[in-house]
Ligand binder design. Structure first.
Ligand code: ZN
Length: 390
């Protein structure tokens, strides 16, 4: 039976080469052997257009330059032709979304399949393009996806033993996250606000934000992207260990209101599962991408939808002082503040915002705490902008 399985497997591989290569040779254990690969995400907001591009960074110049070139090409093309074209249907914006699947083969061959989605007035339906790249990680050279190397993935090049070993590597046991007894005491009679951060986690920027929160014995809510969590497990664990909350912000930042029920389910469920696998619990709330929602989304989503009451537009200004001043000049009891933990200017602003809020008597709480402590429960399918519903 086992031999049959191996043979079957190899036949399939010969027939479908790249597809099978992608499907069969990906596993987290293998992936983690290539330690330095990180996920880069570019999320660019325009008034009428949105871009979310995700790609792997190998930290190997000869490879990264090719990947970046491909991504930049799509972004430049989109910005040149479609950016800020107002669509007739105001419900959604012109959109470019790039995501990828990465597989590392046994021979240290990296295969990347990019899926590029363009939602523009040029196309009646979202337009999908597939781009494939392959690199030999022994030489750091690009491989021609259409020839030589992919045709040599046959019985001779992989011994069945290798295949079995690599495919059936047991998952490491889920590390127990110690329950931290929080030393925070929240006084329900005193004012409180919830800082929220979208689009991460990102080491360079999420880490200093967590440092600032920890320093001031405070917490926040992080609405993370599902496709960023696998590479940032430690950040996710740290969020939970230090009392912060994790929310769902979709898998790869597509506009949720434009998706079919099946795609929507994928965006939500895959993110829930990815987070569950790392921290042992699922998010209890969703922040819809671009803040856009409709009745269909509200009815389908099995979670409360969290928006915000203060938006310093950190993505637009990238100016720590401006972000700080915007928040501090408006903040009131019960506010939910929107920021993005992908900008260093935001991390810098947070360093000043947190102590000043505390100085003014605000308690920094998670979104769940904000409602629970005030005796309110978050209902599935409802929209929440701030505690006082001003
Ligand atoms: Zn976002």
């Amino acid at each position: 039976m086992l031999i049959f399985a191996i043979l079957y497997h190899c036949f399939n591989k010969i027939q479908y080469k790249t597809k099978i290569f992608a499907d069969k040779y990906y596993s987290d254990t293998q992936f983690s052997k290539v330690n330095d690969i990180t996920v880069e995400s570019k999320i660019l907001y325009g008034d009428y257009s949105v871009i979310a591009a995700h790609y792997p960074k190998f930290h190997i110049d000869s490879i990264d330059i090719i990947i970046k070139g491909l991504i930049s090409g799509y972004i430049i093309n989109f910005e040149t032709h479609f950016k800020d074209i107002v669509l007739l249907d105001n419900n959604y914006k012109t959109e470019l979304n790039i995501d990828y699947e990465l597989s590392i083969g046994i021979k240290n061959i990296a295969y990347i399949k990019f899926t590029i989605l363009e939602n523009t007035s040029y196309y009646p339906q979202p337009h999908i393009t597939i781009e494939e790249l392959a690199f030999d990680l022994n030489t750091n050279k690009q491989l021609d996806i259409n020839s030589d190397i992919f045709n040599t993935f046959t019985l001779e090049t992989y011994s069945p033993l290798e295949i079995i070993e690599s495919e059936y590597m047991p998952e490491p046991p889920l590390e127990e996250i110690e329950e931290i007894v929080t030393s925070r005491i929240i006084d329900p009679t005193k004012p409180m606000v919830a800082l929220t951060f979208d689009d991460g986690p990102y080491t360079r920027t999420t880490m200093p934000i967590l440092d600032t929160l920890k320093k001031h014995n405070s917490v926040a809510t992080f609405f993370v992207l599902g496709n960023r969590v696998q590479n940032n497990k430690d950040l996710l664990r740290r969020m939970i260990e230090e009392g912060s909350e994790i929310g769902n912000h979709s898998y790869n930042h597509k506009q949720l209101t434009t998706l079919s029920p099946k795609e929507l389910k994928f965006q939500i469920d895959k993110t829930q599962k990815s987070i569950l696998d790392i921290v042992g619990s699922e998010p209890a709330m969703l922040r819809p991408t671009y803040g856009s929602y409709d009745n269909k989304l509200k009815e389908t989503i099995n979670m409360p939808l969290i928006l915000w009451s203060i938006d310093p537009m950190d993505w637009k200004y990238r100016d720590a002082n401006k972000i700080r001043d915007h928040v501090l000049s408006r903040v009131r009891d019960g506010d939910i503040i929107l920021m993005h933990d992908i900008f260093t200017t935001t991390a810098d602003a947070v360093e000043e915002i947190v102590p000043e809020l505390i100085n003014r008597g605000f308690q920094l709480v998670t979104v769940s705490e904000l409602y629970e402590i005030n005796g309110r429960s978050l209902q599935v399918g409802n929209i929440y902008r701030d505690l006082k519903q001003r």
